[in-house]
Design a protein around this ligand. Structure first.
Ligand code: ADP
Ligand code: MG
Length: 367
């Protein structure tokens, strides 16, 4: 009988965050959905003791001796996401096996739909090769890879959503207890994501700066672990002693946590008007207090809000480009796609990619 080398196929979804932005690393609440766009990895055995990596989205291939991986430094290329995961897998005591991993993804990279977590989680499934971790430990392993190896001080949301996604449901995640509750999206609205097609370079340095500014605001509240522990009243009473910028950042975080809570109640009651209003408030807060929006995101949200059948719209993800998320009545989606594209293109000369997103299942082995 002919011996065929067996290819194992893994899939991990991207995610779109409905509300709760920049709250995860402040111990707060977020509400993402896993999406149908995701990253696929086909893993096959190789003879030499190496990790061989290719991606349909990037030219070339890279080969790393397995024995070198635990002490590797980051390369600055896309493979860092996989190498970071490999290092974390090795740190668990799991033996790295000789493998070729062929990556291909439908998540646009760097657009706030978390292609990075989709890559990390699909890589982790391949590298663990059947080694069982709980879903939470899998998400945390991938978060450690991004924080410790890639060097992005991210919260847990992206990896958690990619691992825990469920069809038809949003995930209300408490980023302190790392537990979640599934939230039905009311019938009568679709989640539509629109890509500004821009990514401003200051994104990752600004992210680090925001993390530091939140820590600065928190330092005015001794004994509190995270801004999640500070109430709006407490912030107001301490406001005179806090510099203007950290104060505005903290105000965003505290109010955004409250918005997530109210969004949950509205979703449970099927109150699309309130859900939409909270999304717009979230955007304005990210625009003015957290200052992570940009001209393209603002004009895309503003254009969305002029279209009939739109309940709400906001930037989603870290900011400085990437995507907006809108809640749109199903019968209005087609018109929304046309009108938004025309308005955005007229202003910015770029044709936005628009995706209808249904909540989808989390990471898994496919074959
Ligand atoms: P986002 O997670 O919002 O898409 P990030 O900047 O966090 O944006 O992650 C994008 C990076 O992840 C890319 O620059 C690339 O290094 C890596 N990446 C994502 N998807 C792929 C892919 N399919 N192939 C190779 N690298 C990828
Ligand atoms: Mg990312």
């Amino acid at each position: 009988m002919a011996r065929t080398s067996r290819i194992k196929h893994y899939h991990a979804p991207g995610r779109v965050n409905l509300i709760g932005e920049h709250t995860d690393y402040n111990g707060g609440f977020v509400m993402p959905i896993a999406i149908a766009m995701g990253t696929d990895i086909r893993a096959s055995e190789v003879k030499k003791p190496v990790l061989h990596l290719t991606s349909a989205q990037y030219p070339g291939e890279m080969i790393f001796p397995l024995e070198a991986i635990p002490s590797m430094k980051k390369t600055g290329a896309w493979v860092d996401y996989v190498l970071g995961v490999a290092k974390e897998v090795a740190a668990l005591g799991v033996e790295l096996r000789p493998m070729k991993l062929e990556v291909s993804s439908t998540v646009p990279t760097g657009s706030g739909l978390s292609s990075s977590a989709a890559l990390e989680v699909s890589s982790a499934l391949a590298l663990l090769d059947g080694w069982e971790l709980t879903k939470l430990d899998l998400a945390k392993l991938c978060q450690r890879a991004e924080r410790n190896f890639v060097g992005m001080p991210c919260g847990i949301m992206d990896q958690y959503a990619s691992v825990h996604g469920e069809e038809h449901k949003a995930i209300l995640l408490d980023c302190r207890s790392n537990t979640h509750q599934l939230v039905p999206i009311p019938a009568g609205a679709e989640v539509v994501v629109s890509n500004t097609m821009v990514k401003h370079e200051l994104g990752s340095s600004a992210y680090r700066e925001r993390v530091a500014q939140c820590a600065e605001a928190l330092s005015h509240f001794p004994g509190r672990q995270a801004l999640r522990d500070v109430t709006l009243g407490e912030l107001e009473r301490a406001a005179a002693g806090i510099a203007e910028i950290p104060l505005a950042r903290a105000r965003h975080v505290i109010l955004e946590d409250l918005r997530v809570e109210n969004f949950l109640t509205a979703a449970q009651q099927g109150d699309l008007e309130t859900m939409g209003r909270l999304m717009v408030e979230s955007h304005r807060s990210l625009q003015h207090d957290y200052e992570v929006s940009c001209e393209e995101l603002d004009s895309m949200v503003d254009a969305a809000l002029t279209i009939e059948g739109v309940y709400g719209s906001r930037m989603t993800g870290g900011g400085f480009g990437g995507c907006t998320v809108s809640l749109v009545a199903p019968e209005a989606v087609e018109r929304f796609e046309k009108e938004l594209a025309a308005k955005y293109e007229a202003k910015h000369g770029l044709h936005p990619a628009i995706y209808r997103c249904t909540p989808s299942a989390g990471a898994r082995r496919v074959a």
